[in-house]
Design a protein around this ligand. Structure first.
Ligand SMILES: [Zn+2]
Length: 326
């Protein structure tokens, strides 16, 4: 057995998995929990450690069994220094925090490798998921924000450092305000954070929706993907309207990226992408169509095969690769 832990740190949830990389990437245990909204990086790191320990317990293993851990994080990740900085979607995490030092202590000295959350999820779909038979891939992660990961000619493309920010492709000049501070970005329409802000604004203007009532019923403090799914099931007008707007923006943005890069495949993942599933991936395909320059031969657009575990799988793969080099 080659036991690796993977942790996917998201704006809403922390997902951990324990994977046997010696046995076809078998998941031995997996747990998830909310990302703490208060307490800053220390509280978040403690929760990350706890979720992986729970995954180990589910697998009947303990920290001493770990051969390594890989972590996918938002923000600016410096794997050499072990730090994460500028993770704006996370509580009080604008500055730099040495995540590796804290986690290695929690995991009894097992080596911790850090990567960008979206890059790791893209890598996992490329290596062992929906796109494993292809040589190039555009990963689109539709969640709190909209992240993008690129693999070209079999290799991750990070540009000078920050490639893949598909959420900030401009789909409407002088359009809606984006959480990034700019205007008209795809994420300003399709990111769950921005969608929630748009929903609140419409409620303040007197429109009706069940979104926030479902949120209270579920004891939540924000509109998670599950809440959007439930509102859809209740035929909630505003939820349908905002999701259709999101799909239109995704169609324009993803098609533009395809026009530029012509990847062999596109994978749609992320909290909302996974929750809404194939019917909404089909809507994205349809929304892309009018914007495709070569619309007779679009690349396959597929739902992420690894589901919510993509990021955690990517973390485990990174850790295993690091161990193989060491
Ligand atoms: Zn933006």
């Amino acid at each position: 057995m080659a036991i690796y832990g993977g942790i996917d740190l998201g704006g809403t949830k922390i997902q951990a998995a324990v994977v046997d990389e010696g046995n076809d990437h078998a998941v031995l245990g997996a747990k998830r929990d909310q990302t703490p909204l208060k307490g800053g990086p220390k509280a978040i790191a403690a929760r990350m450690a706890a979720v992986l320990v729970e995954s180990l317990e589910e697998a009947g293993l303990s920290v001493s069994d770990l051969d390594g851990v890989g972590v996918g994080s938002p923000g600016s990740v410096d794997d050499q220094k072990g730090t994460v900085a500028g993770a704006m979607n996370l509580s009080d995490w604008a500055g730099s925090f040495n995540l590796r030092r804290v986690l290695e202590k929690e995991f009894g000295g097992a080596p911790v490798a850090l990567g960008n959350d979206v890059d790791l999820a893209t890598d996992a779909e490329f290596e062992i998921g929906a796109a494993k038979q292809y040589d190039s891939l555009l990963g689109v992660f539709w969640g709190t924000g909209v992240g993008g990961g690129l693999i070209l000619d079999g290799k991750p493309w990070v540009g000078r450092k920050t490639a893949g920010e598909i959420g900030h492709m401009v789909v409407r000049l002088n359009g809606a305000h984006c959480p990034c501070g700019r205007r008209g970005c795809m994420e300003a329409y399709a990111g769950r954070g921005a969608m929630e802000a748009r929903a609140r604004k419409r409620v303040n203007q007197g429109e009706k929706t069940s979104l926030f009532r479902i949120m209270e019923e579920r004891g939540r403090d924000r509109l998670s993907s599950g809440i959007w799914e439930r509102a859809l099931a209740r035929d909630d007008h505003m939820a349908i309207d905002l999701l259709e707007e999101a799909v239109e923006a995704l169609g324009a943005g993803v098609a533009s990226a395809v026009n530029l890069l012509d990847p062999e495949a596109v994978v749609i993942g992320g909290g909302l992408g996974i929750r809404l599933g194939e019917p909404w991936v089909q809507r994205i395909r349809e929304a892309m169509h009018p914007h495709l320059f070569v619309d007779t031969d679009p690349p396959p657009v597929m739902l992420a095969e690894l589901g919510d575990l993509g990021g955690a799988h990517g973390g485990a793969l990174l850790a295993a690769r690091r161990a193989a080099v060491a």
